[in-house]
Design a protein around this ligand. Sequence first.
Ligand code: HEM
Length: 354
Amino acid sequence: MTDHGFTIPDFRYCIDQYAALVAPNIRDLFPILRYIPGLFGLAEWKEQAQLVRKEALKKGTQFLNVAKEQRAALDAGKSIEWESMLAKMLRDQRDNDDHTFSEHDMGHSAFHVVAASTSTSTAKFSVLLMVLAKYSDVQQKVREEVLEISGGAIPKATDIPSLKYTEAVWNEVHRWRPVAPQAIPHAPSQDDVYNGYRIPKGTAVIMNVWHIHHSEEDYEEPEEFIPERFLNHPFGMRPDKAHDGTQMEASGARITYDFGAGRRVCPGMHSTKQTFLLGLAKILWAFEILPLEGKNLDLSLKTRFVQEVALHPKSLDVSLKLKNGRTGKTIIGHYHQKYEDEAKVMGWENDLYR
Ligand code: HEM
């Protein structure tokens, strides 16, 4: 990507600007404000939106150009890692003479997937590591569970479904510090009625994820980080009649709204969970997660968090220390072994990515 002018800081800047525009705002509450012309500084956001659009399209073009190179290389029969999403779209378009997506659309899809997957994942994993560094008792419980299930060996993907406490910690991190406390506004594609309220087609609907997951009515001590709540109730809620888990499940309730909801719900939510739980289990097998020396870890929302694309801690104040009996050699050896397994599945040849 560097050959195409792509840099990570530049990309991050662009997605932060983009996120600021799509975050819930006053125009969602008073749509008439959207019609104020963007002249004489009256609606500065419109000028900003033009700039962000230009930048996002530029980044999309960079992705597309790389994909075109990959397409050409694949077509020429070169042995190459795997067919990327865009390279596949280019092939589909060519083979089916289908032009549903313009080049802008394709580039923008790539921009969107990378933007949506990276900031959210790093934000969430940072919170997870910081929480475990702060609450060493929780960290120890997760580690004990991991070691019990793996029999002391390095954890495997097949161990994940048995890690019930670890999963509860994962669910609690989503509830406690959602990456998008007000999600991303949606709009119904047809008129609707909900609880007696008429919602005309196109109305901005803001999902108050923060309130959903911090309501006293539903959660005991919602401000506290208590993973056990998810062991006592399938949705982590008060275990009473008003919160019947079976009924909630039948009504389609979600354990977490941190991934959004509806047809635009995060498509990465399941793979992320598997990847993170396995990654976390391996980290705990190998390391102690500690607060950075001299730091009393502050995880308060007001002082330590910042909202950009995702709500995330201002800095990652943790350090990893090798656990007794673990060596760098074992860890690198494990990495190489996993690389070989993955290379077989992905068809990587010539030590690609090694
Ligand atoms: C902990 C990690 C993640 C969190 C918390 C998260 C959260 C979200 C949220 C809140 C949305 C908006 C959903 C809505 O509008 O209702 C979203 C959308 C999206 N996410 Fe994720 N996400 C994560 C990881 C990922 C990963 C790893 C990928 C890709 C592999 C991904 C791909 C996407 C895409 C493509 C969208 C846009 C979907 C659309 O607008 O139709 N996300 N995500």
